[in-house]
Design a binder for this molecule. Structure first.
Ligand code: BTN
Length: 254
């Protein structure tokens, strides 16, 4: 266990398929709240919506946090937003730069993705057994392959400086557990809604949201305290709870 106020213990791996999968296995076996699985590389890093997360050895923070929150199943997605805000604040502290957020949980720099977050959950008899919050941050990458170079960036590419992976991971964990505590006190996102909306890359812009079986167009009106994205349409305000947001007519990452 960490000796300070931070309730985490870190399991360090040289390589694994996915720290989320490793953490879920530990979670099923009854791992403690606050256990963190961190790997130098992942051979099958996972992203949201079934995508891959590029995880080259020694280039980024690849870690998964096991949590045992006393919350309703429906609130689990809010933990992803808590993590996004925590990562953004930690990266600001480490680099002195402010970063944007793409709803719900990507951290963005110069219109490209710097960090992705994948939250998964294990249930037992309809209740939460544990939640795994997986965080992937591109830190030291000097370049990306052709298929990613228009979409992804790193702290190095954003700031022109190298950062120590351990320092970044520690700053993120400290920030995450402070945010987690604050969230658990209220179990909603009111405490950070205005800060989140200031960082929201699409706020006030014309967007299109592609969901599983719908497409919604309108003006982005920010996130509400439940974590839903508000979209102003001709018919009024629509609340979006999942989907992929992009600027209407622009087919890049943002
Ligand atoms: C996304 O961008 O869609 C989410 C990416 C999440 C990547 C992290 S890296 C650590 C953890 N392990 C995984 O397999 N995925 C998450």
């Amino acid at each position: 266990m960490n000796s300070g106020v931070i309730p985490y213990e870190i399991i360090r791996l040289k390589e694994t398929t996915s720290t989320n999968d490793y953490a879920k296995k530990l979670g099923r076996q009854g791992a403690n709240h606050g256990t963190v699985v961190m790997a130098e590389s992942q051979s099958a890093g996972k992203g949201r919506l079934g995508r891959k997360f590029y995880s080259q050895s020694g280039q980024g923070v690849f870690m998964s946090i096991i949590l045992k929150p006393d919350i309703d199943l429906l609130r689990v997605s809010q933990l992803t937003i808590v993590a996004a805000m925590a990562v953004r604040n930690a990266l600001k502290k480490c680099t002195g730069e402010a970063y944007a957020i793409k709803w719900p949980n990507d951290i963005v720099c110069n219109g490209k993705k710097l960090c992705g977050i994948l939250t998964e959950m294990i249930t037992e008899q309809g209740a939460i057994k544990c939640v795994v919050v997986g965080i992937g941050i591109n830190v030291r990458n000097g370049q990306f392959d052709d298929e990613l170079k228009e979409l992804a960036t790193s702290l190095k590419l954003c700031t022109g400086r190298d950062y120590d992976i351990e320092d970044v991971a520690k700053a993120v964990l400290e920030s995450f557990f402070a945010h987690y505590q604050e969230y658990m006190d209220s179990k909603d996102l009111k405490y950070m809604k205005s800060e989140y909306n200031e960082a929201l890359v699409h706020n006030g812009r014309k967007i299109v949201v592609n969901g599983n079986n719908y497409v919604q167009e309108g003006i982005c009106a920010g996130m509400d305290e439940t974590g839903a994205l508000l979209v102003k349409t001709d018919k009024g305000i629509e609340r979006i709870i999942s989907g992929e947001v992009s600027v209407r007519g622009v087919y890049g990452y943002v």
